[in-house]
Design a protein around this ligand. Structure first.
Ligand code: MG
Length: 377
């Protein structure tokens, strides 16, 4: 969908408070009144435009497919989204197919989150981003009904939000220099690694700034001895931790590395949902929770609680997302040791005004109920 047709759809969505509008899978608005007293779900595809090509150890791209979701209940609208970086296996088609199968009108009480998640899991396995889009919209709706942001509903302290890191992707030296310059307001940089020039990349960054870095190898390191050597090398260069150093299947090698590494080892690709947290204990020091993997906030909160109970570190991450998904994740950020919530800053066509970063730190607003994101149009 191009921007003009999206704006047309969004403008129709804006009047949904008075007269709910639902969207077919490919953005053609179908006007009808949502039923009162039940949950009315609508969705439309959207393509996120990246400011820079996103180069990882195993892929490169300039856009991310996305689906925007609304749940309307008695004239109040909750917003959600599914972001689908290709390596996760979901697409606009698969998310639209999943959402089309849902009958949310069977629910007359939006507060029954547990029951609604059981229903989502009963419809089809996997489809985590699709389920997250419903979960985020539901949380937004509930928060708006209560008139409170979710960090307050969970009882979290807004002053405990962490700094968020800003991602420096794998790129040519001159582009890396430009990105480091762009990242000046941030107090932590996240460096994507996993190619042959890893050390060169860090040296370039270190020639420009002393701020702490965290490293994400995205499963790119293939040898545990070399991974250990890198961990020692990075620990001497103000690195906070290393994320997913080796392939997610290399559990024994990762446990070996963790025993010897001077830096904490964090699981990302290794884990998706709640049962994976216990599996990660022993091989990893901490977990990277992302709403698009965890099926949304409900399970993300449980994962954070379990990880802490197991003595593990909690990191909060994201995909490239609009400020809708990022603001939702930010509500949980006082529980995180580290946050990497920059996905909205990496796109040029955000749809929401959401959580702010002040002096590199996540700033939650007490005046914005729900997930704290307001549509721009
Ligand atoms: Mg990662």
């Amino acid at each position: 969908m191009d921007r003009r047709s999206f704006l047309r759809s969004a403008a129709l969505g804006a009047v949904a408070m008075a007269s709910p509008v639902s969207f077919s899978a490919f953005g053609q608005p179908t006007r009808h009144r949502g039923r009162n007293g039940v949950l009315n779900l609508s969705f439309r595809p959207y393509e996120l435009q990246l400011k820079h090509a996103f180069n990882l150890a195993r892929s490169s791209r300039k856009t991310t497919p996305d689906v925007q979701v609304q749940i309307e209940y008695d004239g109040i609208i909750g917003y959600g989204e599914a972001s689908m970086p290709p390596y996760l296996g979901e697409s606009v088609d698969s998310v639209s197919a999943f959402l089309s199968r849902l009958d949310m009108t069977q629910f007359s009480d939006p507060f029954r989150i547990e029951e609604i998640h059981e229903y989502l899991d009963s419809v089809a396995p996997d489809n985590r981003a699709a389920k997250a889009s419903v979960d985020i919209a539901l949380h937004d709706l509930i928060g708006k009904i209560m008139g409170q942001p979710w960090y307050k509903i969970w009882g979290l302290s807004p002053e405990k939000t962490p700094y968020t890191s800003f991602t420096i992707g794998i790129d040519k030296p001159e582009v890396v220099r430009m990105k480091v310059d762009e990242a000046k307001p941030y107090k932590v940089l996240k460096v994507k690694m996993g190619l042959d020039n890893d050390k060169e990349l860090v040296e370039i960054i270190r020639s420009q700034t002393d701020v702490p870095i965290c490293v994400d190898a995205n499963q790119g390191w293939t040898d545990k001895e070399k991974a250990l050597e890198m961990c020692h090398w990075l620990s001497e260069r103000n690195c906070l931790f290393v994320e997913q150093p080796m392939d997610k299947s290399m559990i024994d090698e990762t446990a070996w590395l963790r025993e010897r590494s001077p830096l904490p080892i964090i699981a990302d690709e290794f884990l998706q949902r709640l049962p994976d947290v216990r599996r990660a204990a022993g091989a990893y020091d901490g977990i990277n929770i992302k709403l698009m993997k965890s099926t949304g906030l409900h399970e993300a909160y449980k994962m954070a609680v379990l990880a802490k109970a197991l003595g593990m570190k909690v990191m909060l991450g994201c995909m490239t997302e609009t400020s809708c998904g990022i603001s939702a994740a930010a509500q949980l950020s006082p529980m995180a040791d580290w946050a990497d919530l920059d996905g909205n800053l990496l796109i040029s066509n955000d749809l929401f005004d959401g959580v702010k970063i002040v002096d590199g730190k996540i700033a939650l607003s007490p005046d914005r109920p729900g997930i704290g994101a307001i549509p721009l149009v």
